[in-house]
Design a protein around this ligand. Structure first.
Ligand SMILES: C[S@@+](CC[C@H](N)C(=O)[O-])C[C@H]1O[C@@H](n2cnc3c(N)ncnc32)[C@H](O)[C@@H]1O
Length: 555
């Protein structure tokens, strides 16, 4: 499958479009059930008022028809362990928001398990408030033995919290589908000063710095580890031979008796004889033998995205690219398929693209999908991908309008490169569904607003044009644009035409104009001045070649 973005509910997309055992790696960062509403921030052109916000999604799940249906589907599925677990959770929790969340997650985890290859891995990113329940669900769906790690990621700097310790971490569960799985054994750099502190000696033959590693352990032992080698008997100083297995394995000297292995080290020029008379021999561990430290399961080396970071796009809950790069580099190979079913502003797909993996992203918010489209094109101008679920014809547009008024508005507004306004609160939009910033002159500050109003109903009237005219006047904007799903009436067109023109400094354009979804889908553009340069979603910096940041581990 080509790289793909799907707009829609991940449960439907998984069931309809993703084949059994086709995915190598899944990362999911579902909304946490924290009763929060998340706002997307939009950048305004330089010199204009502060950033606009819009509610993108809420993460509150309620016990209702769809939660009950999800619960039933799990109970009736052939996943008896998941069914037993969910049933037990319902007995304990009752029917409430948390239970709704768990039922919705359980039915999705079953689908995710289905699409994962036998060698695949799943990383579930969550909050400590939900993690204990999710771990039980994951145990039930993936099997307890397949829990590889519970990763603690320090996601923020300390909080002032007077009544408890500052909550600063997220939890990321790493499960595999079986005990044979892709693992690239990623390494991080040693802590700063580590080499200088430990590799203090220089080998006379090669000139390479080395650390002297002891070859004995404390306590007298009898048997092989207490026998002398080259006249040195460690028991004389209350010790026994104890060779560092991992290093010897790296050097290819892992078989034979202790004395034979010591001979092997000596032949390889790896024995250091301290000058002190009774000094026992040491192993020369060259600085060139170092290949980084294994990454522990507590991650404090990936900072949150700061308010001014270049990668910050204004999407709530955006995760740092370095976090996803670490996960993808560790648990997949180049060309493998990575899936993020709750992809938000697309951090996982961005990291996958950067590391030469194939990818699929799914999100139920149209804003997220259009943001990712922009993000990928900005970061990887040559990138190729498909977008599914976004209306491509009038039928699709009607369907979206009937299913979700707000998603329809956000989609329609994106067709004219405008920034959505208002959000889901009643009356929040004050008649403004979007703002398109336009150039009105050659200088950076020469910009003005065109107010966009979207009408998704089957009937449109000239009253709508009059309302828009009123809003344009009230707001002191340059012009108004009304986008309709239905064809405009004659009267509407007359009303719009009677509004005259505005001079943008770059040309003359209608003050009020109407355009249909049919026209927009057919490639017809509204008659407006060019876009202001810096409006809308923030831009992702352009990426160069694949590189996974593995940070520096403080041990
Ligand atoms: C916590 S955010 C993910 C943020 C993402 N990791 C990033 O770095 O941008 C969760 C996302 O899940 C989406 N979502 C919620 N329910 C969904 C569903 N049923 N299907 C697909 N996406 C969903 C929301 O729209 C939101 O964008």
């Amino acid at each position: 499958m080509l790289n793909a973005l799907f707009y829609g509910d991940n449960l439907d997309v998984l069931r309809e479009h993703i084949a059994n055992e086709s995915v190598d790696l899944i990362y999911l960062d579902p909304p946490f059930n924290s009763n929060a509403t998340y706002n997307v921030l939009f950048r305004a052109p330089a010199g204009q008022q502060s950033e606009a916000q819009i509610e993108a999604f809420e993460d509150t799940w309620h016990w209702g028809d769809s939660a009950a249906r999800a619960f039933d589907e799990v109970i009736r599925s052939r996943h008896t362990e998941a069914a037993t677990m969910l049933h037990a959770m319902r007995s304990f929790l009752g029917e409430n928001d948390v239970m709704a969340y768990l039922a919705m997650m359980a039915v999705r985890l079953i689908e995710l398990h289905r699409v994962l290859k036998p060698t695949g891995s799943l990383y579930l990113h969550c909050d400590p408030k939900a993690s204990h329940y999710l771990k039980l669900l994951l145990d039930a769906v993936f099997g307890r033995a397949n829990l590889m790690n519970e990763i603690i990621w320090k996601r923020t700097h300390a909080h002032g919290s007077s009544k408890r310790y500052g909550p600063v971490h997220d939890v990321i569960f790493f499960y595999t589908k079986s005990n044979t799985f892709v693992w690239t054994d990623p390494r991080a750099q040693h802590a700063e000063g580590y080499v200088e502190r430990h590799f203090t000696l220089t080998d006379e033959t090669t000139g390479v710095q080395f650390a002297p590693i002891t070859l004995t352990g404390s306590g007298v032992r009898h048997g092989e580890s207490g026998k002398p080698w080259k006249g040195i008997n460690p028991t004389d100083v209350g010790r026994h031979w104890a060779l560092p297995g991992a290093i010897l394995e790296d050097l290819g000297i892992s078989s034979g008796t202790i004395q034979e292995r010591l001979d092997g080290l000596d032949e390889a020029g790896r024995i250091f004889w301290p000058k002190a008379k009774d000094g026992t021999p040491r192993l020369k561990w060259f600085v060139t033998d170092l290949h980084g430290v294994a990454i522990p399961d507590v991650w404090i080396d990936i900072p949150p995205i700061s308010a001014h970071a270049k990668e910050r796009l204004g999407y709530p809950t955006q995760k740092p690219l370095a976090l996803l790069e670490r996960i993808i580099a560790a648990s997949s190979n180049e060309s493998d398929l990575v899936l993020d079913p709750f992809c938000g502003c697309g951090t996982a797909v961005h990291a996958a693209q950067k590391l030469n993996r194939r990818w699929i992203g799914i999100d139920i918010t149209h804003l997220a999908i259009s943001l990712i489209e922009r993000r990928l094109k900005d970061a990887f101008p040559e990138v190729k991908f498909e977008v599914h679920g976004v209306p491509r014809d009038l039928g699709g547009a009607r369907d979206l309008a009937s299913r979700d008024k707000y998603q329809f508005q956000w989609w329609a507004v994106s067709l004219v490169d405008a920034v959505p306004q208002g959000g889901k609160k009643k009356g929040a939009d004050r008649g403004i569904d979007g703002i398109r910033w336009v150039r009105t002159g050659p200088r950076e500050g020469d910009v003005d607003r065109v107010i966009v109003s979207v009408k998704g109903g089957e009937h449109v009237t000239s009253g709508m044009v009059r309302d828009l005219k009123g809003t344009v006047e009230r707001e002191g904007a340059a012009a108004g644009l009304i986008i309709t799903l239905a064809e405009p009436t004659r009267e509407m067109e007359r009303e719009a035409a009677a509004s005259g023109f505005f001079e943008s400094g770059l040309g003359r354009h209608p003050r009020i104009q109407a355009i249909t979804i049919r026209e927009l889908l057919g490639g017809i553009k509204p008659d407006l001045p060019p876009l202001g340069r810096s409006e809308g979603f923030r831009r992702a910096p352009r990426e160069r070649g694949p590189k996974a940041e593995q940070g520096r581990i403080e041990l």
